[in-house]
Every structure is written in structure tokens, then in C-alpha cells.
Ligand binder design. Structure first.
Ligand code: TRP
Length: 358
């Protein structure tokens, strides 16, 4: 059976290995990259396309860019988005030119969010959140799809390099709104090269891989532009606290940046753990940190120190840590993170107000 990933309505498969094989991705090799962050070191970055081009640029200090898009249909920023931004911050620190676009046209075409509302959400919520996470706003090029003539013009020019059959085989179907949005995304991804030929990398969840495949096909065919095929780096989805992997798009028991203290407490206390049924049993047999959503959170976002993480995992396995203590600890770390984050977010909102004065 032909297998399709639908970027607009994806059920996230759990079997990443299978996907890597099926869609011709390359397994990620952390040894290729200088100064890897925790997502890279701990296996959350699992695959990519054409990544040696990017690691070469980093090692040889050659120009390259990293680019990502904000989907302003959402009114909250999911914790999974933090992983993508962490990757953008990583590339920014390694010398990449950084592009962040607001996919307001895509949101209008595929999610029915009007441009004004999309703009408001991007400026009040998404962009300040990205800056609060550590993206250097002064060194980031932000734009709205609806306001970039360069990108839209490029999309039109590139549209004659795609075929309907290709659409059907990549996306499964071909609706006009999706055709327009995906070609626009191709233009988003390739447009930095109009000014300067250089490799570019797009950190994505696997749901966006079809767009990368299309971008690479089109870049390949649009000979006269001489594009360097864009690279991608795949980050695993952050599961919901109830352990549901598909959650990135659904509500579930998911964490969001800017969640209140009460929300954090409520969500963490309901989280799926790798513990035993009773405290007595847990002390005897120990718990399984691999099946524990709090450890998942520690590994991806909350415990940066490798030794500290390892010790906690060992103690949990030995039954020295009970779920109640682990939850309390997670609440403490997360509350601390959020307090700090909220302060930075408020500051970033003011900064964004100045950056986007219109
Ligand atoms: N389609 C992306 C999403 O749903 C948004 C997007 C538009 C994007 N253009 C992009 C992402 C370019 C990465 C690169 O989230």
C-alpha cells in the first residue's frame, strides 16, 4: 500500500525507524555536529536530509541559513514547538542566518483564519514566545507570507515545476488550497537563496516532510535558479502527558508555553508514569523511566545536565524515587521554567511591538 503523510491532518506514527526507511531519510549522526544540544545528544533529533552540507558549513564557518514557519492558527504555543525553536537557536549559535515566517496565507487557505487575526496572534503570542525561548530577535529575519512579494513571486514562478501527479503521490490528494500553500512553502524555504546561494536547513516534525520532498524536487527542476537542495532535520514529537504520541495537533493532556501554575499542577498530576501500582511495589521493583512522560519532559526540556538526568533515571529504576516525588519535582522544575519564561515573554512582547511598528 502506498503510504502518505498528510501535513494538514497528520496522525503521527510511532514507528520512526520505519519512516526513515520509507521516505529515504538519513539517520541523524550526532558526531557530525559541533556543540550538539540535548535534543541532538539524546536521540530526539533522529533523521534528516542532506545534513552533511549543513555540518560542513558549521565546521568550515561558511554561510548557511535555517528557516521555520509559524502556523498562526493556534492560539497557544505547544511545548513541541519549543523543540523546533531549540533547533533554530542551535543553528543561530552555530552561525546560521535565521528566517522565521508567519504562514498567514497558509492559515487563511487551509484553516480559515483571516490575515488580521493571524497577524495579531503571531505578534502577541508566537513571535514573543520564540524570542523568550532564546532566539536572538536582532539577528532574525521575520516576515509574513502575505507581505513578502519576493516569496509570492517566487511561488508563482516555481509553480510550473510541479505536476498534479507528483502532488497526488506526495500528498495523496490535490486541493487548490493545499497546492497553493505547499508551493508557497517551497518558496519560503528556497527564497533566501535568491540573494545568496547557500545551503539551508529546515527543522521539522515528520508531518512536514512532504513539503521538504516537494521543495527538493522543485529546486532540482528549477535549473535556472541553481538552487542548492534544502536540507531538513527531523525532531520527534513531544508526546502528551498522557503518553499519546499523536497529540502534537490535538489537545489531550498537553503542555503549552504560558500555562499557569494551576494548569501545570493539574496536568502533571495526571501524567502517565512508568511506575508500579503501589508505592510498596515500586520500592521493590523500581519504575521504568522509558515509559514515563515526566522523564520524557526532563530529557527534552527540563534537565540539561546529563549527570543529573542519569542519576535520576537510575534512582527511579531502583525504586528510590516514587511517582509522587517525581511529579512534585517535575512541577517544581516546570513552574520555575514557566516563571522565568513568562518574564522573558513580557519583555519580548515589548521588543516585538518596536520591531513591527506599523
Ligand atoms: N506548513 C507549516 C506548518 O503547518 C508552516 C510553514 C509555512 C513552514 N512555510 C514554512 C514551516 C516553511 C517550515 C518552513 O506548521
Amino acid at each position: 500500500m502506498r503510504e502518505i503523510i498528510d501535513p494538514w491532518d497528520s496522525l503521527i506514527p510511532e514507528d520512526y525507524k520505519h519512516l526513515v526507511k520509507k521516505f529515504g531519510l538519513r539517520k541523524f549522526d550526532v558526531g557530525d555536529f559541533p556543540n550538539p544540544n540535548v535534543l541532538m545528544k539524546r536521540g530526539f533529533v533522529f533523521a534528516g536530509r542532506d545534513l552533511t552540507k549543513i555540518s560542513d558549513c558549521i565546521k568550515k564557518r561558511k554561510p548557511f541559513y535555517a528557516l521555520t514557519g509559524i502556523m498562526p492558527s493556534a492560539e497557544k504555543v505547544h511545548f513541541g514547538t519549543k523543540s523546533i525553536i531549540d533547533m533554530m537557536i542551535y543553528f543561530q549559535k552555530q552561525g546560521a542566518e535565521i528566517y522565521v515566517l508567519v504562514a498567514d496565507l497558509e492559515a487563511a487557505a487551509t484553516r480559515g483564519v483571516n490575515l488580521k487575526e493571524a497577524r495579531k496572534r503571531a505578534l502577541e503570542i508566537h513571535i514573543p514566545c520564540y524570542i523568550a525561548l532564546g532566539l536572538d530577535a536582532g539577528k532574525t529575519k521575520f516576515y509574513f507570507q502575505s507581505e513578502s512579494d519576493d516569496v509570492r513571486n517566487l511561488a508563482f514562478e516555481l509553480s510550473n515545476k510541479a505536476t498534479l501527479n507528483e502532488y497526488k503521490s506526495i500528498y495523496g490528494n490535490a486541493e487548490p488550497s493545499r497546492i497553493m500553500s505547499s508551493i508557497l512553502q517551497v518558496a519560503d524555504i528556497l527564497h533566501p537563496q535568491i540573494k545568496k546561494k547557500m545551503p539551508g536547513v529546515v527543522p521539522i516534525g515528520i508531518d512536514q516532510d512532504p513539503h521538504i520532498r516537494l521543495s527538493r524536487d522543485i529546486a532540482n527542476r528549477a535549473r535556472k535558479f541553481g538552487f542548492i537542495l534544502p536540507s531538513s532535520i527531523n525532531v520527534k514529537f513531544v508526546p502528551s502527558l498522557s503518553g499519546d504520541l499523536k497529540m502534537s495537533k490535538s489537545e489531550g493532556n498537553s503542555l503549552y508555553l504560558l500555562d499557569s501554575d494551576e494548569e501545570i499542577k493539574k496536568k502533571i498530576s495526571k501524567a502517565l508514569t512508568g511506575g508500579q501500582k503501589t508505592a510498596k511495589e515500586q520500592k521493590e521493583k523500581g519504575g521504568n523511566p522509558e515509559k514515563d512522560m515526566l522523564f520524557e519532559l526532563f530529557r527534552q526540556h527540563l534537565i540539561i545536565d546529563d549527570k543529573e538526568l542519569k542519576k535520576r533515571e537510575e534512582d527511579y529504576k531502583k525504586g528510590k524515587i516514587l511517582d509522587s516525588e517525581n511529579k512534585e519535582f517535575a512541577i517544581k522544575l516546570l513552574t520555575r521554567f514557566m516563571h522565568d519564561f513568562r518574564k522573558k515573554y513580557k519583555k519580548a512582547q515589548k521588543q516585538v511591538g518596536k520591531l513591527f511598528k506599523d
